[in-house]
Ligand binder design. Structure first.
Ligand code: MCU
Length: 418
């Protein structure tokens, strides 16, 4: 059963591969009785058909985007009526108008002392907690100003909600991801800001690491996503976090997180309160939306609250997607031994450099990095958590293998031209 309308949604999202033009995507069935204790198979559509080609993956990625927006993160608004930008000193003032309302926000840019313009850049969600790399500009995005995240009473506050209403379905993280998309729009329109918009990454730590992952997933112009110690709601699997808690280790779970803050849509509450097994996705698939663009996850095994095993299982599962797309080394992870939360350990520097040097500075480096200081067993396939066998590779569709980097969006993600 194929629905051309869904294909149309995908087509309107952004620049798309001819493969997606050539086929329509499977429709998403009603999933009200969905219940799956294992991590959902990346390579099976919600309707049961298999993902066999790169064009199928483009459809599956769009399906995952739709489901994540619907059940967990809230809706990403479409392209706004207008985005204008003015650059002065080190401040990029961005004005967005939509539905007759306007907001302005003003990220600041710190330029590197080496390298030459236009510079690659990292957008820091609430700043960065990794050392600023040589030759790379840092764009400081005040995400709290876009979507407040003080506590559970912050719902619907911040500039995003001034524009789209305090009842918008988006949680704070989707509001921040929208802000990242507007920063990209603004940079593209403002050559005087001297940023190379084909070489922009995103990073953030802890709660802002969750946000960095969501931004990387929902903004296809981001070429390198670096979530740091993002924990539950970031690189962790909801299902694995629940199991860790059930086994007696105090770790953050969906049912706790929805009370702590407003990072998610209120649509997520029903799943978090009843059972995360009813979610037709988990965060290995949120990560999969980034594929085959680069993702490097930085973790810390020292805090039970961060659920490093829940992250590990999701990371191992997610990497099968990059492998099937023929880009395994574009996805890496490093789980370092215990250290102070969000204080980047020097032991991870070489690994981080490898990703930054390859994906932001265009060098040839070895990014085959899959390390953990934890004593974890998690293989794929895995009889308990991942009882699916990933294809060794997906069949390229009309030579469009690499074009899947432009998907990960549906109509509701907007139509930024990539
Ligand atoms: C790891 O991110 C969060 C965590 O989800 C919260 O439960 C805790 O309160 O704060 C962490 C954080 O953002 O630390 C800076």
């Amino acid at each position: 059963m194929f629905a051309s309308t869904y294909g149309f949604f995908v087509l309107t999202a952004c620049t798309l591969s001819t493969a997606v033009w050539a086929q329509s995507c499977p429709s998403i069935p009603s999933l009200t009785s969905y219940n799956n204790a294992a991590l959902p198979d990346p390579f099976t559509f919600a309707g049961g058909s298999k993902v066999a080609t790169t064009a199928d993956w483009a459809c599956r990625s769009a399906e995952i985007s739709t489901l994540l927006q619907q059940d967990e993160l809230g809706t990403m608004p479409g392209t706004p009526q207008s985005v204008t930008a003015a650059f002065s000193g080190s401040t990029l003032t961005i004005t967005v108008t939509d539905g007759g309302k306007s907001i302005s926000f003003a990220p600041t840019i710190t330029y590197p002392s080496s390298g030459s313009a236009p510079f690659p850049a990292i957008i820091g969600i609430g700043g960065i907690s990794i050392p600023a790399p040589a030759g790379v500009a840092i764009i400081n995005f005040n995400n709290d100003d876009m979507g407040l995240q003080n506590d559970g009473s912050s719902r619907g506050q911040g500039k995003f909600f001034q524009l789209y209403g305090s009842n918008a379905s988006a949680g704070a993280m989707m509001a921040w991801a929208w802000g990242v998309r507007r920063i990209m729009d603004a940079l593209e329109k403002t050559p005087t800001a001297r940023i190379d918009t084909t070489r922009v990454g995103v990073s953030g730590c802890s709660r802002n690491g969750k946000g960095a992952l969501v931004a990387g997933a929902f903004e296809p112009r981001i070429v390198l996503t670096i979530p740091q110690e993002s924990g539950s709601g970031g690189t962790d699997s909801w299902r694995l976090s629940d199991s860790i808690l059930k086994n007696g280790t105090s770790t953050q779970t969906a049912s706790e997180i929805i009370g702590e803050n407003v990072w998610f849509s209120t649509n997520f509450n029903q799943f978090a309160q009843s059972s995360v097994n009813k979610l037709p996705f988990d965060h290995h698939l949120l990560m999969g939306m980034v594929a085959p663009r680069a993702l490097f996850a930085i973790d810390n095994v020292g805090y039970d609250w961060l659920g490093p095993f829940a992250s590990y299982g999701a990371l191992v599962s997610a990497r099968t997607i990059w492998t099937a797309l023929g880009a395994p080394t574009a996805m890496g992870y490093s789980q370092a031994a215990n250290h102070v939360h969000c204080s980047f350990p020097s032991s991870q520097q070489t690994q981080l450099n490898a990703f930054i040097n390859k994906y932001l500075l265009g060098q040839s480096t070895n990014t085959n990095i899959t390390e953990t200081a934890g004593n974890y067993q998690f293989a794929i396939p895995n009889s308990q958590w991942a009882p699916w066998t990933p294809p060794a590779s997906l069949t390229p569709s009309n030579g469009t293998t690499s074009s899947t980097s432009t998907v990960g969006s549906t109509s509701t993600v907007g139509s930024t031209t990539v």
